[in-house]
Design a binder for this molecule. Structure first.
Ligand SMILES: NC(=O)c1ccc[n+]([C@@H]2O[C@H](COP(=O)([O-])OP(=O)(O)OC[C@H]3O[C@@H](n4cnc5c(N)ncnc54)[C@H](O)[C@@H]3O)[C@@H](O)[C@H]2O)c1
Length: 362
């Protein structure tokens, strides 16, 4: 390919940003990262050691017009990968403005800055989320009719009615599932998609929206208690604790390994993006229950079996999963890591980061 010369990656010092830089920063002449080094993600406030040397890190907030003006005085981005975001699904219900400010206003400030500086990137890639689907579609077990049941009520959850009676979840697909976010975070991610689609459509910039499922793997935050269930469970199990599992354990997610997500971003950039915008799901295409996840992690550490605690969390959906056929067809991409392989890789990395686990492994 004729590599575009400069990539600008907002939020590029975070979990996904570090992985994509490691994977393909070298295909650009410049790889510029704009990142505020958010204290909830970066405890030390310093440049992450894992961020490849080639990345030029500019510490700044995407919501600041002055930061953008200073940055764009010396950078002409041809490809923009927009990752910067507040990412707490449950947290976003209590801190709605904070999420809207960073995610929605952060995006519009970026676009206004491009306009002020006469910049139209050839492609913008947005890291969106499965959270835009909310609970997604469910199909009646009796008639097969598909409906959008919306958010579960407190009355349902307090009564332990975790599922929608008589219905089965249908994996989401960007082509056929209408987004219905049930968290403020999900709503801000959908707003990012819509804002970018409007701007890119009017400027002839190609837009690729990647709706990521639950990303996990080495490099994920070990200090951010609001994100990263795999990391949280791993830390409990390695301390020898029984992992508490919410609801009845059968909440379902599609856990996709970080390297598979990085390769999806690479494929999206190489593909160049469709002129009319393109929205693709990135996951494994296979769901796993939270109990399965907890059991695999506990077994790895030789920790006691997980226990069902029956608690629930506001904003959590019962089912999140997707089909990836379209993504595979359009990008020629496929995930390569099984959950078992991914969990093992994450545990080794956590051991290296935190020292020997309290429990020995068989
Ligand atoms: N990790 C997942 O499971 C997942 C799933 C779906 C979508 N996503 C999306 O992928 C993107 C990256 O997520 P991640 O997992 O790498 O998260 P992360 O928190 O590790 O990285 C986000 C980065 O953005 C930076 N940031 C936050 N607010 C900023 C601001 N106002 N200005 C500049 N930088 C700011 C943070 O310092 C951090 O380095 C996000 O847009 C997120 O919504 C992630």
């Amino acid at each position: 390919m004729n590599a575009p010369r400069t990539a600008l990656v907002t939020g590029g010092a975070g979990f996904i940003g570090v992985a994509i830089a490691r994977r393909f920063a070298q295909t650009f002449d410049r790889w510029v990262v704009l990142d505020s080094l958010h204290p909830q993600v970066h405890a030390s406030g310093e440049r992450p050691a894992e961020l490849v040397d080639a990345a030029e890190l500019v510490v700044g907030d995407v919501t600041s017009a002055a930061v953008w003006d200073e940055l764009l005085a010396g950078v002409l981005p041809e490809v923009v990968i927009h990752l910067a975001a507040e990412t707490g699904t449950a947290q976003s219900l209590d801190e709605a403005s904070r999420h809207a400010e960073a995610n929605v206003v952060g995006t519009t400030r970026m676009l206004d800055a491009f306009t002020r500086h006469g910049i139209v990137p050839s492609q913008i890639v947005l890291s969106s989320s499965r959270a835009v689907y909310g609970e997604g579609r469910w199909s009646s077990e009796e008639t097969g009719a598909v409906s959008y049941p919306g958010q579960r009520t407190h009355a349902q959850l307090d009564a332990g009615e975790w599922d929608f009676a008589g219905a089965a979840a249908v994996p989401s697909s960007a082509a056929s599932t209408v987004p219905h976010p049930t968290s403020v975070y999900g709503a801000t991610k959908l707003a990012q998609e819509n804002v970018l689609a409007a701007w890119c459509g009017s400027r002839d910039a190609a837009l690729t929206v990647l709706r990521l499922q639950n990303v996990y793997g080495p490099g994920q935050s070990l200090i951010n208690s609001y994100t990263g269930i795999v990391s949280l469970f791993s830390q409990l199990a390695r301390e020898g604790a029984s992992i508490p599992v919410y609801e009845d354990g059968l909440i379902t997610r599609d856990f996709v390994f970080i390297e598979d997500v990085a390769s999806a971003f690479e494929a999206a950039v190489l593909a160049g993006g469709g002129a009319d915008g393109r929205t693709l799901d990135v996951g494994t295409g296979r769901g796993a229950t939270i109990l399965q996840l907890a059991t695999e992690i506990a077994a790895y550490h030789g920790a006691p079996a997980p226990h069902i605690c029956g608690a629930y969390r506001d904003g959590d959906v019962r089912f999140a999963g997707c089909t990836i056929d379209e993504t595979q067809r359009v990008l020629g991409w496929s995930p390569e890591h099984s959950l078992t392989q991914g969990i093992a890789a994450l545990q080794s990395w956590i051991d290296a980061e935190l020292g020997s686990p309290a429990l020995g492994r068989a």
